[in-house]
Design a protein around this ligand. Structure first.
Ligand code: BGC
Length: 639
């Protein structure tokens, strides 16, 4: 039974670049022996049909009870074909797009003998210092909730979990991981019940209602009690109130970390606390396997609690159809057919386009002409293949499209393109600025590709100052000083503070990390084959020090509209507004809103509905698609 609750890294199928051969559990022979002996029921982060079948064969032919293994992986935004990072995709505000990319990722994962993905990440991200904002849908509860549902449905498909192309979804990390104090990863979460239930939990609840049958317990504590040892959260609320019937997996050694939290005395105590709280499966630490027999023998954990956890894990294995076909129809031929298809790459390009947000376009500088103009593409991200973003362990690196490549393919005469890095991401390069200025002077238009590397917005990558790194800012200042028109292409995994020459450039596109087809998606927009229509899922602040910053702040007793200039809720240096608000985004069309009309009349009952309509007109010469947004609040309420 303890073996069924034990989950280790897959030492058989890791790709060379991701394997750490010194991992304590990274010994294939020992792991195979554990499977045979029933000490291991689950593996994660290995892919591949052929080897997957072979490992599964050990379990179902050579172990005593022949219980199939569960294979999981972090398939966050694509497997071999890489789609935009979730924060980027949320900028599309398009749940159907999110469904389709999750579906494609699931098809690739299932073909590679994976059963469960550790996604979607549904943590609301209101503090842009937190490096994992990039994995979610941003600051808003509704957008996070809709995306959580779309991605869950996309991973699991519509034919039931037993369908061989379905992946079990794992909304994570329950709960309030994004509320870490100061945006510092893994930090303490001190939160009111109202904020927990009103902001951080709704995306989880919605994902479970959409059918997700597993979830991952967070690293952080909540009001002093670590999530992974939190019986109120994982049992009373999750199972009791919400009726969740799936299993909870700990995050990477999070049950062992109960010791560091000062919540458990030692490994045995940590296993006891986590198990009793409602964590069914232990990731990596091995503590469940080591201690469950003794915990039961001594009476510290009732056998019924172990049975409960095992039943949950086995039920999900059954729901996945593993007891009918432990191989779920995988084969080398199927894998070849279903992975990295032309259709998936076309979807990646489309999703990339839909994920870009145009912050400004003064004088209609964009789109650029495909011919007749000399373009200088300046900045570390012009030639860079750093297009995937975080959490792409298996992305096909041979199929990454840089901005440079995308531009060359789009331009009628690619010899009019000059590409100069001018700076590293976080360090200057010798003579870089001089070369960039010379290139700018010789060009008609400058495109500045600057921002964060994919390593800068990721797990354990909190930033105190969410700016464009200083060497790139210096590059931007020098290039803009040439007086040439400048388009900024921002690469980023969070909202950034934009200042000086970057903020003041004529045109700015937020391009995030768009995945495999990034260069082509951006070129499609820059050269006008398509129009940008993304909207910000996070507010861009004026200054880093405004964080946490989000539009749905509660009103204070001294709001911005207060009459007394000296006494209101604002910063001396930044006032109370963002530089670009949540929901902002321009297009090439000219979209106008008429006056809204509100249906009905009188008092709206508590459970009543109100229809608001508005005429939206595009008077420009280019097609446009518009996300119509309506913001409401209670003007007077008990809370
Ligand atoms: C992350 C999880 C991830 C897990 C397994 C942890 O460090 O917090 O999001 O699923 O590793 O790779």
């Amino acid at each position: 039974k303890a073996g069924q609750l034990n989950l280790l890294n897959d030492p058989f199928r890791f790709r060379p670049q991701s394997v750490n051969p010194t991992d304590s559990d990274g010994n294939p022979a020992r792991v195979a022996e554990d499977i045979r002996a029933g000490r291991l029921g689950n593996l994660f982060n290995g892919v591949g049909a052929e080897s997957g079948r072979e490992i599964q064969r050990i379990a179902v032919e050579e172990s005593r009870l022949k219980i199939p293994l569960l294979f999981a992986a972090d398939i966050i935004h694509g497997l071999f074909t890489v789609f935009p990072v979730p924060l980027a995709e949320a900028s599309s505000w398009d749940v159907d797009l999110a469904y389709r990319t999750a579906r494609a990722a699931a098809v690739e994962g299932a073909a590679s003998a994976i059963h469960q993905t550790y996604a979607p990440m549904v943590d609301v991200g209101r503090d842009q210092r937190w490096g994992r904002v990039v994995e979610g849908a941003g600051e808003d509860v509704l957008l996070n909730t809709l995306m959580a549902v779309a991605r869950t449905r996309g991973f699991q498909g519509q034919r039931g979990l037993a369908d061989p192309q379905a992946l079990l979804a794992t909304p994570k990390h329950i709960a309030a991981y994004g509320a870490a104090e100061a945006g510092l990863d893994y930090n303490t979460v001190d939160i009111s019940e109202a904020t927990l239930k009103g902001v951080y939990l709704p995306p989880f609840k919605a994902a479970f209602e959409a059918g997700a049958l597993s979830t991952m317990s967070a690293f952080n504590d909540i009001n002093g009690v670590p999530a992974t040892g939190n019986e109120w959260l994982l049992t009373d609320l999750l199972r009791g109130e919400w009726g969740f019937e799936g299993f909870v997996v700990s995050d990477y050694t999070s049950e062992q970390e109960l010791i560091a939290h000062g919540f458990a005395a030692d490994g045995r105590d940590a296993a006891r606390i986590a198990l009793l709280a409602g964590v069914d499966m232990s990731m990596v630490s091995g503590l469940y396997l080591e201690h469950i027999p003794d915990l039961v023998a001594s009476g510290d954990v009732p056998m019924a609690v172990v049975d409960r956890a095992v039943r949950r894990v086995l039920s999900v294995k059954a729901a996945l159809g593993l007891f009918d076909d432990p191989y779920r129809g995988t084969s080398v031929e199927r894998e070849r057919r279903e992975v990295g298809t032309a259709e998936h790459y076309a979807l990646a390009r489309e999703a990339g386009r839909r994920s870009v947000v145009m912050l400004k376009n003064d004088g209609g500088l964009l789109p650029l002409p495909k011919s007749g103009r000399r373009i200088a593409l300046i900045g570390p991200f012009g030639p860079s293949l750093d297009v995937f973003g975080p959490w792409t362990i298996w992305g096909d690196e041979s199929k990454r499209v840089s901005l440079e490549q995308g531009f060359r393919e789009a331009m009628v005469d690619p010899s009019l393109l000059t590409v100069i890095e001018g700076s590293g991401v976080e360090a200057p390069v010798d003579g870089g600025i001089e070369a960039a200025v010379a290139a700018a002077q010789a060009a008609d238009i400058v495109v500045l590709a600057i921002g964060e590397s994919q390593g800068m917005s990721a797990e354990a990558q909190s930033r105190a100052d969410i700016v464009v790194p200083p060497p790139q800012q210096a590059l931007a200042e020098a290039v803009v000083a040439t007086g040439k028109p400048v388009v900024v292409l921002l690469r980023n995994g969070r909202a950034l503070e934009l200042s000086g020459a970057v903020r003041d450039a004529e045109a700015i596109l937020v391009t995030w990390f768009l995945g495999s087809e990034m260069g082509r998606s951006v070129a499609d927009l820059v050269f006008g084959d398509h129009a940008p229509d993304g909207r910000l899922p996070v507010s861009f602040p004026q200054l880093s020090g405004q964080q946490p910053f989000y539009y749905s702040r509660k009103t204070t007793g001294r709001p911005a509209s207060s009459r007394d200039e000296g006494y209101k809720a604002q910063f001396r240096e930044a006032g109370h507004t963002p530089l670009y608000p949540f929901g902002h985004g321009l297009t090439y069309g000219e979209v106008h809103y008429g006056a809204p009309s509100v249906g009905g009349g009188g008092v709206l009952p508590w459970d009543g509905a109100l229809e608001v309509s508005v005429q939206v007109t595009n008077t420009g010469r280019r097609a446009a698609s518009e996300v119509v947004q309506l913001y409401i609040r209670d003007r007077v309420a008990t809370m």
